[in-house]
Design a protein around this ligand. Sequence first.
Ligand code: ATP
Ligand code: MG
Length: 498
Amino acid sequence: MTEEILRVRGLRKRFPGVVALDGVDFDLRPGEVHVLLGENGAGKSTLIKMLSGAYHPDEGQIFVDGREAAIRTAEDAQRHGVATIYQEFNLVPQLTVAENLMLGRPPRRFGIVDKKAMYRHARELLDRVGVDADPRAPLESLGIARMQMVEIAKALGLRARVLIMDEPTAVLTTSEVERLFAIVRQLKRQGVAIVFITHHLEEIAQIGDRVTVLRDGASVAEVPADTPEDELVRLMVGRSIEQQYPRERSTQGAPLLEVRNLTREGVFEDVSFEVRAGEVVGLAGLVGAGRTEVVRAIFGADPYDSGEVLVDGRPLPRGKVTAAMEAGLGLVPEDRKGQGLVLGASIRENLGLVTMRRATKAGFVDRAGQAKAAARVAEQLGVRMSGLGQEVRTLSGGNQQKVVIGKWLLADAKVLILDEPTRGIDVGAKVEIYQLINSLTAGGHAVLMISSDLPEVLGMSDRVLVMARGRLTGELSAAEATQDSVMALAVGELEETA
Ligand SMILES: Nc1ncnc2c1ncn2[C@@H]1O[C@H](COP(=O)(O)OP(=O)(O)OP(=O)(O)O)[C@@H](O)[C@H]1O
Ligand SMILES: [Mg+2]
């Protein structure tokens, strides 16, 4: 007899050049939220992929309801009542929201897809997660946070006994996280067992019951969810981490990025600011305030109607990414999968995307030099990989993010725009990225950072700009910027010109 719904013993999994799992034990009870915690590349996603039939273990056993189970396919997992929300969305951007919600099992009447029933059912599922989206709209029109809520709605539609969520909150806003937690609590009460992966330590005590810590592919501890955060960190990285936000101010020079009266009708209006050499400027605001839209326009990825962008004193042509890159502008986008990486290419190729372009244009490609530089950057960022030839697709989520950042480090961008740079990055690696930002500004580069993580914005910015509803609502010095002062501007309370 056992009360566990799922029991994992001695799971091992090897990939060419890496041992991803090296002996994992894990228990899951009905009605609990079991958190999986571990550094980028520790093996969390690999473990859940074995539970959902996407990967097969080399060794070890999985028991469902006390009986050994062979979960070989997604159908096997579904038969056992296991549903998974992947870190890398399993959705098809070009299909409609409704089609995604019913991927592979649309309602049929007389053998043909019953569209009416499909849209109705889709509407019900969307209502359950509180997403106001048209089931007929293409999924890609939703934006990344709402896409994630669709992923959750889809799993709910499967009526699972075990629901696995791989970093569901990474792309959600505070209010969406609250909505997700309300859904999770409701599912708990119905006896659903939940596996929950997150890099946001504060969420663990809020929603979790137990925590299994993975380190280098092995389960090293199982502790209650109210274990103090510093203890969790110690279990996870094997040491304690000091100084979450070690911003070191550097001397400021001339403005490297100047944005003047930038306007895109209906999206943002009259946005003006500058970022100086040696400076980190934070761009805060609620999701939907227009921050991503503004930086995409600056970078030339989206058009704008009027205004001007200057890099190092020279105006940039509108809507030309290549010109922006050549002028020394870099953008780490919020959607690394869609815009930051070539998934089928190697780490080396991805790191070299910008520099190789330049070299090819200049007519001289120093392949050996490129490879050396790529190796140095990968080392600097602590990318966990089997080698530079590894396909980016097979890197863990956090390590993919490091590659996107590394691409611009290698390109030596004068002005680096970071849109949610530490999304999916573990606590230890975050500090490394902050240190990189410090060394960039010490070297005379300028950094513009969008982040929804307020402590991060406050901790790392020399100056904070705040946006609300497509406009800049205020500017705060590092000394003036607090949780409250930023939030007040973010909801558009102060300095409002009605
Ligand atoms: N298909 C694959 N081929 C080769 N290596 C792989 C493959 N899938 C995973 N790996 C490797 O296995 C290791 C564990 O990766 P995994 O994705 O499980 O990490 P994770 O704990 O989920 O990390 P993160 O927090 O960054 O998402 C990594 O070194 C990764 O590169
Ligand atoms: Mg992962």
